[in-house]
Design a protein around this ligand. Structure first.
Ligand code: PA5
Length: 430
């Protein structure tokens, strides 16, 4: 389960500021639970945890096993909410090097031609034994028309048709809306296998639908534990949402106080993609109507050597949220070295977890002295269940906090502006 410790950050606020924000956060929770806030038609991410669909979990688990046993490469083709959640979970829960099962490659999340060209060439290059790579492709797009994703998909399905002929169609899995959009027309024409993104779940809230669950299952992660970890969190916060409301109130008060940047940082490199997912979830939800705290992502202690100076002594507009795993998940220790020629024997016998924990405590001490409000979000151990709980924690926090700002968390009108301008410049017909 997830614990949320706001004590350090709370000490930067006087009672009356906090109490005013607390009232707004209470109202935010109420709007969410009673479906009375703006955008309430997008609350399906809560409903799917209230009534879990075991049949779909089962279907996706078996698909994951089949693809795992057959594929050398699994391509996740999507952008924004259509891939960040899967990547976050996969990076958190699979080994950094030499993971068993297919290599997972992300595409469709930018227009970089060099990347795509190199990917095509990599896919076409036979394996060491001279045989063709076994490739599966999951295209994920709720609208079915996002240009970055559609262009990659067009390029890659041509590659797959070249490699496998008609049989390519059995290797392409589509995740999209129940109906509408050009992708649905292609599915109809080619007979691709289709999974549905529920209409009432927006992209950035969709990691626990087939959007995220298919790639996560292919990566060999137990999606039932992940999903039911989120269900447990849902049930817990339906009973008592105090942690969420306090955290939302705190963020609201810090927003009022002029904090404009929240650095989401973890000391575990495994969790840096979780930061990327939180960034999109909060960023697209809160950044509207001239409001919001810009969600930045950092990986510590790496980024203490790049952003640390700014956080410690730059413009005092920064708050931080640390994502913490309490228990060690790696037994590596520093060895005693004869001669001590690098002067590191004072650390001999200590685990890297202990050393990393001291790095975090030291950072907390320094940044607190530098007037940075810090929130600690912790899970006991790194496993699928806790990552599922963390996902729901941040989804709920996002809804409550953004409502507390008086903003609709579930639309993204600003994203359309770049698309309109880009399509006009590209000469797309209306
Ligand atoms: O959260 C969102 O709604 C967005 O980030 C979308 O996920 C993103 O724009 C991709 O859209 P689509 O799935 O329609 O291709």
């Amino acid at each position: 389960m997830i614990t949320c410790d706001i004590r350090i950050a709370r000490s930067f606020l006087d009672d009356s500021t906090y109490i005013t924000s607390r009232t707004k956060a209470d109202l935010g929770l109420q709007q969410l639970q009673t479906k009375t806030g703006p955008g309430s038609e997008w609350l399906g991410w809560r409903d799917l945890l209230a009534s879990p669909n075991d049949a779909i979990l089962e279907e996706i688990s078996s698909l994951g096993e089949k693809v795992r046993s057959d594929a050398d490469v699994f391509i996740v083709c999507g952008i924004g909410g259509s891939y960040l959640g899967a990547k976050a979970v996969i990076d958190a829960l699979t080994p950094h090097f030499g993971n068993k099962g297919p290599e997972i490659i992300y595409t469709g999340h930018h227009m970089g031609g060099k990347y795509l060209k190199e990917l095509v060439s990599y896919l076409k290059t036979p394996k060491a034994d001279g045989s063709a790579k076994s490739i599966y492709l999951n295209v994920i797009s709720k609208s079915g028309s996002t240009l970055e994703t559609a262009l990659s998909f067009r390029t890659l399905r041509e590659v797959m048709e070249g490699l496998y002929g008609e049989a390519a169609n059995d290797r392409i899995i589509c995740t999209t809306s129940a109906s509408g959009g050009i992708l649905n027309e292609l599915i109809e024409k080619k007979g691709y296998r289709k999974f549905i993104i529920p209409d009432d779940v927006g992209g950035r809230f969709s990691v626990l639908t087939p959007v995220g669950l298919i790639p996560i299952a292919v990566a060999g992660i137990d999606i039932k534990s992940l999903f039911y970890g989120a269900v447990a969190a849902y049930n817990k916060y339906e009973e008592n949402s105090e942690d969420i409301v306090e955290y939302a109130a705190l963020r609201n008060a810090l927003h009022e106080q002029g904090k404009t940047i929240d650095v989401f940082a973890s000391f575990e490199p495994e969790l840096s993609s979780i930061g990327g997912w939180i960034q999109q979830l909060l960023g697209e939800s809160e950044g509207k109507e001239g409001k919001g705290i810009f969600p930045a992502v950092a990986s510590f202690s790496t980024d203490l050597h790049s952003l640390g100076q700014f956080i410690q002594q730059g413009k005092r507009s920064v708050m931080e949220t640390f994502i913490i795993v309490e228990d060690s998940f790696c037994d590596l220790e520093v060895t005693e070295m004869e001669g001590n020629d690098d002067n590191l024997n004072y650390l001999a016998g200590k685990s890297f977890h202990e050393i990393n924990t001291k790095a975090r405590e030291g950072t907390t001490e320094a940044h607190q002295d530098g007037n940075v409000p810090i929130v600690n979000i912790s899970m006991k151990s790194l496993n699928a269940e806790n990552i599922g709980a963390l996902i729901y924690f941040f989804e709920l926090l996002t809804g409550v906090f953004v409502y507390s700002l008086g903003v609709n968390p579930f639309n993204q009108p600003g994203v359309e502006d770049y698309k309109k301008a880009m399509y006009r410049l590209l000469g797309k017909e209306a």
